[in-house]
Design a protein around this ligand. Structure first.
Ligand code: NDP
Length: 390
């Protein structure tokens, strides 16, 4: 149980997704600590309705307006408020009765609601890494100004955050983000030329939404995480290393200035970092499966292959370049992944498309929020146009 006077009141943006549904399991297992205020979804009205009937939030938002009637008819008789559209998503996070917003939406769509939630002074449990990739400088500056804490949900960043507990005044020498390597670890370009989405969607260690699963297979996910780590922990690029650790037991490591390294370990289960972000600074008792050394005789480590998996190198490049370059990378990648899932683009053409967009979209060294919005829109237009040429 939390060491607070009242329960934490939670809004889950993206409750119908992989992180969202696991967050609901965490809330259900800890009714004395958490109270659900808001659920949101995009297309999956049926699941949103089922969740709302089961968990009785104060309000729900269906981002896709066309589904409003269906959701309203099902929930209005139960005194659950129903709203629709992207604007409603932006406003709902400001609700007075919300203490913490879990951003579990996928992609750039998470940016505006996250900004609105920070402006309203809400704590953020951040799963939506694309937000920090696109506008990390702006978001972290705003959070500092508003005195808002951003708690990482990504397992690697949660690991770093857990390693830093009690160490916040000690400078970090470097961090090491672990990567499973995904389903194509050790494969060469000739193999990747012909891989299908069915193969790419089979992650060896984690069950996640489609976009992040493809990002994991292409190592773009690790690239996005490198950028996310820069902003969450205020690091230079040369302080962020990636190591492939196929067993996904060590979730990441911090090395301090005396050379000591701390690692956070456990079986791969997103419920743990979700719960830690929601309960921080407390740790809640859980029934999650425990790691046992006797079942793992070897934990192994390899260098990532940046030549074959070019997305990770591209992410390092845009991080060095700064400005709106990470925003271009993110938007081009969202289009590339959607095209790959739609059989319009091959696996190796994804980095090609991203690289073309990076070469063509005008560079802005110090972007405003409006610049990010325009960069995102322009990159998406360009990527849609270019993808048909591959
Ligand atoms: P899913 O695809 O499983 O779920 C995405 C959620 O976002 C769904 O609820 C979906 O609604 C909603 N959504 C999608 N597009 C929009 C939109 N335009 N407007 C409003 N809502 C939208 O994704 P995941 O749960 O896997 O990932 C969510 C985020 O968490 C991503 O940023 C990912 O990188 C990050 N993350 C995920 C991890 C995981 O284990 N899954 C691990 C670490 C980070 P609907 O289903 O109704 O269409």
């Amino acid at each position: 149980m939390l060491n607070t006077e009242h329960k934490k009141r939670i809004a889950i943006l993206g409750s119908t997704g992989s992180i969202g549904t696991q967050a609901l399991e965490v809330i259900e297992a800890n009714p004395e600590s958490f109270e659900l205020e808001v659920l949101t979804a995009n297309h999956n009205a049926k699941l949103l309705i089922a969740q709302a009937l089961a968990y009785k939030p104060n309000a729900v938002v269906i981002a896709n307006d066309a589904l409003y009637d269906e959701v309203f008819d099902a929930l209005d008789p139960h005194d659950i408020k129903v709203y629709a559209g992207a604007n409603a998503l932006n406003s709902i996070v400001e609700m007075e009765t919300v203490d913490l917003v879990l951003t579990a939406m996928v992609g750039y769509a998470g940016l505006q609601p996250t900004i609105r939630a920070i402006n309203a002074g809400k704590s953020i449990a951040l799963a939506n890494k694309e937000t920090l990739v696109v506008a990390g400088e702006l978001i972290t500056k705003l959070a500092r100004e508003k005195g808002v804490n951003i708690y990482p949900v990504d397992s690697e960043h949660s690991a770093i955050f857990q390693c830093l507990a009690g160490e916040f005044h000690n400078p970090i020498e470097k961090i090491i983000l672990t990567a499973s390597g995904g389903p194509f670890r050790g494969k060469d370009k000739a193999f990747l030329e012909t891989v299908t989405k069915a193969q790419a969607l089979k992650h060896p260690n984690w069950t996640m939404g489609a976009k992040i699963t493809i990002d994991s297979a292409s190592l773009m996910n690790k690239g996005l995480e490198v950028i996310e780590a820069k902003w969450l922990f205020n690091l230079r690029q040369d302080q962020i290393e990636v190591v492939v650790h196929p067993q996904s037991i060590i979730h990441s490591l911090v090395q301090f200035e005396d050379g000591s390294m701390k690692a956070q370990m456990g079986l791969p289960d997103m419920k743990l970092p979700i719960q830690y972000a929601m309960a921080y600074p407390d740790r809640l008792k859980s029934a999650f499966p425990r790691f046992d050394f006797r079942n793992f005789s070897q934990l192994t480590f390899e260098q990532p292959d940046l030549e074959t998996f070019r997305n990770l190198q591209l992410a390092y490049d845009v991080l060095a370049k700064g400005g709106n370059a990470p925003c271009v990378l993110n938007a081009a990648n969202e289009i590339a992944v959607a095209a790959f899932l739609n059989d319009e683009l091959g696996f190796l053409q994804m980095p090609d498309l991203i690289e073309s967009c990076l070469a063509k979209v005008a560079y802005i060294a110090h972007p405003s929020l409006e610049d990010y919005v325009q960069t995102d829109a322009e990159t998406r237009r360009l990527a849609e146009e270019l993808k048909v040429k591959y």
